[in-house]
Design a protein around this ligand. Structure first.
Ligand SMILES: [Mg+2]
Length: 377
C-alpha cells in the first residue's frame, strides 16, 4: 500500500457578496486540497488552511519524501515531513501542507479498513455534535445592523444553539452590534465574539467589560497571538471565557498558550496545526492542562469532516453521565467551493451533526466541479 501520487489542487471562486472582518475583505475563496493515490488505486483527500498557493508549493516540496512510502505508517510520514520542515518553518503555512497530506492519509486509512476516521482515531465517543454557526461578518451594502440581526435570526430558525459574531470595528461599534444581536436572538442562544486579534490588551479588556452583561460564551482572539501576557491578563480580569489557537501550530504552539494560562478554550485548525495526527496530540495536551478543545474550521467539507471525526473522538473533559454535546465551528458564509466541489454524507438536522459511518472522511470530490473551480492562473 505505497503512495504512488500526490496531487495538490487550488480551487477558487469569486464571491457574489464580498464580506470583511477586522483584518481584511474577502471577495474570493481560494482553497488548496490534495489527492493522495496508492499503487492499488485507493485514494484519499486532504485540505490545508491558509494561503492556497503557498500550501500547494509546500505539498510539492514534501511530495518527493513521501512517494513509494507506506501510506498506513502515517506517523512515520508525519515525522519525516516535520523533520524536513523544522529548519525553515516550525510554524506557519508549511505545517498546513503537512496537515493536508496527513488528513488525506487518514482518509486512506479509513478506506483501507472500511471504517470511519473517528473509529480509526480510537472510536466514536461523541456520535452527535452541536456545531455553532459562524457568520455575522460585515458587508458594505445596506444597513449592517439589520443584516447582522437577520442573519443571527436565520441561524436561530435553523435550530443552531450557538452563533459567533465578528467584532473588531472599534469598541463602541462592537458593543452596539453585540447588544442588537443579543436582543434579537433572546437569552437562550449562545453568542460568542471573535476579534481576529484586532485589539491591544487595554482595548480588549474595555470591550470585554462592556459586553459581559450580554452573556458572551467566549471572546476569541482578543489580542495579538504573540501577546501571551495580554491573553493571560485578560483572562484574569474578565468573566468571559477566552478562546484562541487558530494561529498556533503543532503541540509546541499550544504548549505556549497553556503554559502562559492564555485560554479556556483551545481552537486548533486540523488543516493547519499538523493534521489529525498532531491535533490528537494537542487534544491530549489540552486535557492535561484542563482546557476545552473546540476546533477552528474554514473550508470545504474535507476540512469540516476532519473536524467532525476529530470531535467525534474527543475525550469528554472530565466527563459525566449527562454531558453537554461537544461543539465545533461550522462556517455558514457564502462558499461555492464548500457547497459544490465536495459532496459529503454528514447529516445535519435540527442544528446537529452526526459523525458519519462511511469509510474514511465520508467525503467525495466532484471532479467536474473541481475542474470548474480549478485556479488556472
Ligand atoms: Mg476565529
Amino acid at each position: 500500500m505505497n503512495i504512488s501520487n500526490i496531487e495538490p489542487f487550488v480551487i477558487t471562486h469569486k464571491l457574489d457578496t464580498p464580506f470583511y472582518f477586522s483584518q481584511w475583505q474577502y471577495d474570493t475563496r481560494k482553497i488548496c486540497i490534495v489527492k493522495i493515490t496508492l499503487e492499488d488505486g485507493t485514494y484519499g483527500w486532504g485540505e490545508g488552511y491558509g494561503p492556497a498557493g503557498v500550501i500547494k508549493s509546500g505539498i510539492e516540496f514534501l511530495k518527493p519524501f513521501l512517494l513509494d512510502k507506506k501510506a498506513l505508517e502515517h506517523e512515520v510520514l508525519w515525522q519525516e515531513m516535520y523533520r524536513r520542515s523544522m529548519d525553515y518553518a516550525r510554524s506557519g503555512t508549511l505545517q498546513a501542507a503537512i496537515s493536508a497530506i496527513d488528513v488525506a492519509l487518514w482518509d486512506i486509512k479509513g478506506k483501507i479498513f472500511g471504517q470511519p476516521v473517528s473509529v480509526m482515531l480510537g472510536g466514536i465517543k461523541n456520535p452527535i455534535i452541536q456545531p455553532y454557526a459562524t457568520g455575522l461578518y460585515f458587508t458594505r451594502e445596506g444597513d449592517l445592523e439589520q443584516k447582522l440581526v437577520e442573519e443571527a435570526l436565520l441561524y436561530k430558525s435553523q435550530e443552531f444553539k450557538a452563533t459567533k459574531m465578528k467584532v473588531g470595528l472599534g469598541i463602541e461599534t462592537d458593543v452596539k452590534y453585540v447588544a442588537a444581536i443579543r436582543k434579537a436572538i433572546g437569552p437562550d442562544m449562545k453568542l460568542m465574539i471573535d476579534s481576529n486579534h484586532a485589539y491591544s490588551y487595554k482595548e480588549a479588556i474595555e470591550l470585554a467589560r462592556k459586553v459581559e452583561k450580554y452573556d458572551i460564551s467566549w471572546f476569541e482572539e482578543p489580542v495579538s497571538p504573540e501577546d501571551y501576557e495580554g491573553y493571560r491578563r485578560l483572562r484574569d480580569n474578565t468573566s468571559i471565557p477566552i478562546a484562541g489557537g487558530e494561529c498556533e501550530y503543532l503541540k509546541f504552539g499550544f504548549r505556549r498558550l497553556f503554559e502562559n494560562e492564555c485560554v479556556d478554550i483551545a481552537q486548533p485548525d486540523i488543516c493547519a496545526t499538523g493534521g489529525l495526527t498532531e491535533a490528537k496530540r494537542i487534544a491530549a495536551l489540552a486535557q492535561a492542562y484542563n482546557k476545552d478543545v473546540v476546533p477552528h474550521s474554514w473550508g470545504t467539507w474535507i476540512a469540516i469532516s476532519a473536524a467532525v471525526h476529530f470531535v467525534g473522538n474527543l475525550d469528554q473533559n472530565p466527563g459525566r453521565m449527562y454531558n453537554e454535546l461537544p461543539t465545533m465551528e461550522l462556517d455558514r458564509t457564502e462558499n461555492a467551493l464548500r457547497d459544490e466541489v465536495t459532496k459529503h454524507q454528514i447529516p445535519i438536522s435540527k442544528g446537529l451533526l452526526q459523525v458519519p459511518q462511511l469509510p474514511g472522511l465520508g467525503v467525495e470530490v466532484d471532479m467536474d466541479a473541481l475542474e470548474k473551480y480549478l485556479d488556472k492562473e
